[in-house]
Design a protein around this ligand. Structure first.
Ligand SMILES: [Fe+2]
Ligand SMILES: [Fe+2]
Length: 299
């Protein structure tokens, strides 16, 4: 996107969108495991979100709840409460997909879930520091980690709202959970960055958090993708073939392109980085107005 197009899109963005959780539900009874017809690898890779996201989102909520008492800016505190409400609902919805969809289709999710739990409940738990100052600094660094991870959830949100799934025979329930979640990620994409900047506007700490998150995400997502593809009783492919299928899927815009993720990652290291440049609030709000699950929740 050129700078002019970017400026044009920014000018059309709605101002002051109030964040609130939508009480959505999804019926998984008719969703096939290969929910993009004829695309088993792309289907399985998208399913890793159900495994990885809920623990991370509950951890976001814990870090934000820890930070809230220190926030004196009422507008920011309100955005944080909206963010917490949305993330809690995302976690609950994906948890249900694990039981009612993945487990019900023969995927044993236990080993993968235990590994993700270990990362967020042990490695990223608050350190048992002695002084208040040390505990506070530890919390601030976790806020920067949340902001860095939220950069990727916004990228994924923008991807699911603009990908080519509609050109394929996709299951509407799976498409809707991904797009409802993705649209809310785009809607609240600035909150975690604003919170981290409020506590600690250090460019160095922002970059350090992003480097940690890039390495960790690469390892976790790669491992989770191999796990789901291995567990899928209807899929048997060599490792190089899985990569080939990933690249084929990304070329057809049903999976995120590696070069696009790299470009957005580099953008984060720009000292003037603004999360609002990822995705479009207008598009997210428009999707949420038509999302079957969000409409049922509003009825
Ligand atoms: Fe989320
Ligand atoms: Fe989020």
């Amino acid at each position: 996107m050129t700078a002019d197009e970017q400026a044009q899109r920014q000018a059309l963005e709605p101002l002051g969108v109030e964040l609130h959780a939508r009480n959505v539900t999804f019926d998984w009874s008719r969703t096939p495991l290969h929910w993009i017809a004829g695309e088993p690898v792309a289907s399985d890779i998208c399913c890793i979100l159900h495994l990885v996201l809920p623990e991370g989102e509950r951890w976001f909520c814990e870090v934000f709840n820890e930070a809230l008492p220190f926030v004196k800016d009422e507008e920011l505190a309100t955005a944080m409460r909206g963010f917490i409400g949305q993330e809690a609902m995302h976690a609950e919805s994906h948890d249900k997909a694990v039981g009612e969809f993945l487990e019900a289709r023969g995927i044993d999710t236990g080993p993968a879930l235990r590994q993700v739990e270990y990362i967020f409940r042990k490695i990223l738990a608050p350190r048992s520091q002695k002084s208040d100052r040390a505990r506070y600094n530890d919390m601030v660094q976790r806020l920067w980690l949340v902001a860095a991870i939220e950069h990727y959830t916004a990228i994924l949100g923008d991807f699911v709202l603009n990908c080519a799934w509609d050109e394929y025979d996709v299951d509407p329930t799976m498409a809707d959970i991904c797009r409802w979640h993705g649209a809310e990620e785009v809607e609240h994409r600035s909150v975690a960055h604003d919170v981290a900047m409020y506590f600690d506007p250090s460019y160095l700490h922002r970059c350090r958090a992003m480097v940690i998150v890039v390495v960790a995400l690469l390892a976790v997502l790669h491992r989770a993708a191999r796990f789901v593809c291995h567990e899928d009783p209807n899929l048997s492919m060599s490792y190089p073939r899985l990569w080939f299928e990933y690249l084929r899927g990304s070329h057809r815009n049903i999976l995120p392109k590696v070069r696009s993720v790299v470009r957005y990652t580099l953008l984060y290291f720009d000292p003037r980085f603004d999360p609002a440049t990822v995705g479009s609030t207008a598009q997210a709000v428009a999707y949420l107005a038509t999302s079957p699950a969000a409409r049922r929740a509003a009825a």
